[in-house]
Design a protein around this ligand. Structure first.
Ligand SMILES: CC(C)(COP(=O)(O)OP(=O)(O)OC[C@H]1O[C@@H](n2cnc3c(N)ncnc32)[C@H](O)[C@@H]1OP(=O)(O)O)[C@@H](O)C(=O)NCCC(=O)NCCS
Length: 162
């Protein structure tokens, strides 16, 4: 099974798809942040990944398809008990292969190991429907909703017990 340069040695092999392609997901450090920034710009069309990086228990994850970085997820501790997934995405050409689900599972696992009891994220279902469907399928419940003036759209909060 191919593991190309750039994929950490300890990367978890998440799935071998029936089509050609192997997905790796791994927790990475700040030296991989430029890769996350590049993916973020392509997926979201903005330079900012998240507002602040000096967050408690900041976790960065990357996903690779056949050794190429194709997805990311960034999160941090929101309180003593709640871990918050702040942002994530997968390149358009690589969607529908379970990569976002694999990134979510990896972050949930690390958050559990760190001792958090709940996992949360916000999403804009009109702009990005995928994370709403994924959240409902993964057992999350809606715990808050409201209109966000900055994005001029409705935002919902999903949470679940870890
Ligand atoms: C949302 C996003 C991360 C999903 O990535 P992905 O790797 O294609 O997702 P997965 O293949 O892991 O999908 C897992 C499940 O999510 C749901 N899902 C994902 N994308 C979906 C979409 N566009 N519409 C409906 N359901 C979707 C499906 O239930 C899917 O499971 P299934 O294939 O078994 O039915 C990706 O579309 C993306 O980056 N979108 C733009 C940015 C974004 O929305 N980021 C999140 C902001 S909160």
């Amino acid at each position: 099974m191919a593991r190309k340069a750039g994929v950490p040695r300890n990367a978890l092999i998440v799935q071998t798809t029936t089509e050609p392609g192997t997905v790796h997901v791994a927790r990475v450090e700040m030296d991989d942040f430029p890769t996350i920034r590049r993916l973020n710009r392509t997926i979201f069309g903005e330079a900012r990944v998240i507002n602040q990086l000096d967050r408690r228990d900041l976790l960065l994850f990357l996903a690779w398809l056949d050794g190429e970085p194709v997805g990311f997820k960034v999160g941090y501790g929101l309180s003593e008990s709640i871990y918050y997934s702040a942002k994530g995405g997968v390149l358009e050409a690589c969607r529908g292969k379970g990569i976002a689900r694999a990134l979510l599972h990896a972050m949930e696992h690390e958050a559990r190991v760190l001792g958090y009891q709940r996992f949360a994220y916000d999403t804009f279902p009109n702009m990005h429907p995928g994370m709403t469907v994924l959240g409902l399928r993964e057992g999350f419940a809606v715990t808050a909703a409201g209109y966000n003036a900055t994005y001029q759209d409705y935002r919902i909060r999903f949470e679940k017990e870890l």
